[in-house]
Design a protein around this ligand. Structure first.
Ligand code: ADP
Length: 355
């Protein structure tokens, strides 16, 4: 038997018997040698051999001590075992339920400090598993929702073309091509996001001149800004290089800048500022565009979050751009946040990276 209470009972029985024996056995043996003195107040004949208790009496008393120790030991062992092992058993049961998929299970915090710490750890682990499970379910639901729309358009158009109901002209083919491109963009973004969020994005860290990279990205997007009638500029101070993955940070700048251009009306302005600050560098992408309401600011980095769902999808965004930005920046040990004066008052996205 390996049960705690059995082991505790045996231990207590043994200890009690030893104590009893130590305390009373010596007296008993002593009394066994001089019985007359202890019981009647008279000793045996002075100078003569002492009278002895019968061996059976000594055995009887020893067995009584043993029985008493055993009863006290078993009762004590069971009680102590229950007090000590009850919280542990409860945790074992809870851990089994969590393992079987019941992620809402939590352990009651009781017992010694160590046991309570263990219970808190198990509860934290269950909460994290529950959160990850909910995120996985949401992601699956979101991904299937996002894939369904372009696939439905493709299917409908191709079916109509096959049935000769709606022959495909160049404009029709161009529309289908856009849907396919959107699907490819979405699948690529999903892969990037999955890697970034699982911290498995391979980072090729090399010394990087962030100000130069900001200048290059702005230059690449200049034609788009001119086409949309938006003033695009960069204000970057010379900085010591930081250890970072150039391609990934180019993607961060590209995502933030193309969002700024997408959500800023003609006549607006977009500015990228790069500056050093204590412990690292800071990039601000400021625009005079649509702006964001406080409730949107909190959710904007979630996957597939769009302030205006239909409009954003039409403009070609996957709804994953900012989630990817966050994943890449956090993989570099940095942070990203959004600020806005409210709807219609422009937005600023700030990335901070350690030096
Ligand atoms: P999308 O592909 O839809 O642009 P993002 O993850 O890049 O996806 O952005 C999520 C949402 O955040 C966008 O749909 C848009 O509503 C909002 N958003 C992003 N950048 C800006 C910006 N600079 N100004 C206003 N709204 C923005």
């Amino acid at each position: 038997m390996n049960r705690l209470w059995v082991r505790l009972s045996l231990m207590i029985t043994g200890i009690l018997f030893l104590v009893f024996f130590w305390q009373f056995g010596a007296i008993l043996i002593d009394a066994g040698l001089r019985p007359g003195r202890s019981e009647s107040g008279t000793s045996g004949a002075p100078g003569g051999p002492p009278d002895e208790l019968p061996t059976s009496e000594i055995l009887r008393r020893l067995l009584t001590y043993l029985a008493l120790s055993f009863v006290v030991g078993v009762v004590g062992g069971a009680l102590v075992g229950r007090v000590v092992s009850a919280p542990v058993s409860a945790m074992v049961r809870a851990a089994r339920r969590i393992g079987a998929g019941d992620l809402a299970t939590r352990v009651t915090m009781r017992g010694s400090r160590e046991i309570r710490e263990l219970a808190a750890t198990i509860n934290g682990m269950a909460a994290e598993l529950e959160r990850a499970d909910a995120a996985r379910r949401n992601l699956l639901a979101d991904v299937s929702h996002e894939l369904r729309t372009p696939l439905a358009v493709l299917e409908g158009n191709l079916q109509a073309a096959l049935d000769r109901v709606y022959p495909l002209d160049d404009a029709g083919i161009a529309n289908l091509y856009q849907q396919v491109r959107h699907l490819i963009l979405l699948v690529n973004d999903l892969r990037e996001l999955a890697l970034a969020e699982s911290r498995q994005l391979p980072l090729d860290r090399k010394p990087l001149d962030l100000s130069a990279l900001a200048g290059e990205t702005v230059q690449a997007l200049e034609p788009l800004a001119i086409e949309q009638g938006i003033r695009l500029s960069v204000a970057a101070e010379p900085l010591p290089p930081i250890e970072a993955d150039t391609d990934r940070l180019r993607q961060v700048l590209f995502n933030l800048l193309s969002n700024a251009l997408r959500y800023t009306p003609p006549g607006g302005e977009v500015v990228v500022a790069v500056a050093g600050e204590t412990g690292g560098v800071r990039i601000d992408v400021r625009d005079t565009g649509e702006g964001l309401a406080p409730e949107d600011l909190a959710a904007i980095f979630d996957r597939f979050y769009r302030v205006d769902r239909s409009r954003s999808r039409e403009t070609g965004g996957s709804g994953l751009g900012l989630a990817i930005v966050k994943g890449i920046v956090e993989s570099h040990g940095g942070t990203v946040e959004a600020q806005s004066g409210g709807r219609g008052h422009g937005s600023t996205f700030t990335v901070r990276l350690p030096a």
